[in-house]
Ligand binder design. Sequence first.
Ligand SMILES: [Zn+2]
Length: 433
Amino acid sequence: MDSRLISVDRWAQGSQVYFLTHLHADHTKGLSSTWARGPLFCSRLTAKLFPFKFPDLDLSLLRILDIGRWHSLSLVSHSGSETTFQVMAIDADHCPGSVMLLFRGEFGCMLYTGDFRWEATSERAKKGRDMLLSALKDDVVDTLYLDNTYCNPSYDFPSRQLAAQQVIDIIVSNPEHDIIIGIDTLGKEDLLLQISSVLKIKIWVWPERLQTMHLLGFRDNFTTNSTLTRVRAVPRYSFSIDTLEGLNTSHPTIGIMPSGLPWVRRPVEQNGDIFGSFLRNRYKRGKCSAQGEIQTLERIHQYMYSVPYSDHSNFAEIEDFVKLVQPTNLKGIVSSSSCYVEPIYYFGRLCGANQSTSQLRNRHKRKGSDEMVGTVCPDASYGDNNFVGSERKRGKTLKVKFSGVRLSRLSILRRKNHRGAKIVENNSDDQNS
Ligand SMILES: [Zn+2]
């Protein structure tokens, strides 16, 4: 195997260039302040945020990818000859600085989404769509590496704007309560800004988070002075039902957990086999009651609400994206999702891949319970199967263009809680493809 590689969200030794889609922990596992394995390409905003996460990292290693512009890079091949490839960063609308990466070179055309939200109503996603289509022109994506976090038809949550309004409604309907909202060290800024601007209040954040907010340009909406506001955003894992019960002994307090995961697991039996488990969808996107109330929020405890505010795409959005890209091959970048099944299972009809849904279903059934694949929603609708052929005009172009010149492939890591891929200059070792 050639040691000269291109790695995306993967930090092991042996690559010549490294790419980071965004700064969430599951994409930086293996990266540390002492990391020095080569140039590291990321968006300008991610580079700006780097010192917060990795204070001692040698910043001279960072290389900026301007969004929407092709960058040409050179690699020295195993034989010593120089080869070039191009890469473009496209806004992933996931968290500050997050990008998808579109590669093209001798290895073909590959799109790595990182984590992304593909909301039809989002201006940023619309810009991303235009950027992607204009970058692709008549090219076809050989392999789409897809954020499949919620790649299951059960995941049918609303837009972030709608979910944010639900959070606001909870706050307004509990005027005597303190409110705490669980967030990560990066992401959900738009939710907090919407709350702040609609309710005309500041939101408390912890000191490091305030620094991040200031760096992102949000100077007026946040404070570390808890006497100025009843709404606090706290680290997601720092509060629990126990914490809330403790807080309620001194002051009425409501907790809100924004997440795309308001689901219940339960085992499913099909034809005598335990076919996996499926996630019972308690909420339907945008469904309204007779009173106009959106039925997507749940009080999971006397003091705790779960609101389906997600920075990942829901199933319908993922499907829209795959329809738009029409890749030849499709692979998920998440192998630890609670309902993981290879995305090709659902979207094979939209791709040029040779794996049929039934083949995949059989394969999943054969896998043991210790495998990370195999949880399938048995009542899923697979839609119209007439897609292949009729809507894959660009796929035909690909076959002509790349026939016989494919030199590389991407291999996906299947380690739990770790995402990433590397492009390998190798056309003989296929055990991971
Ligand atoms: Zn992320």
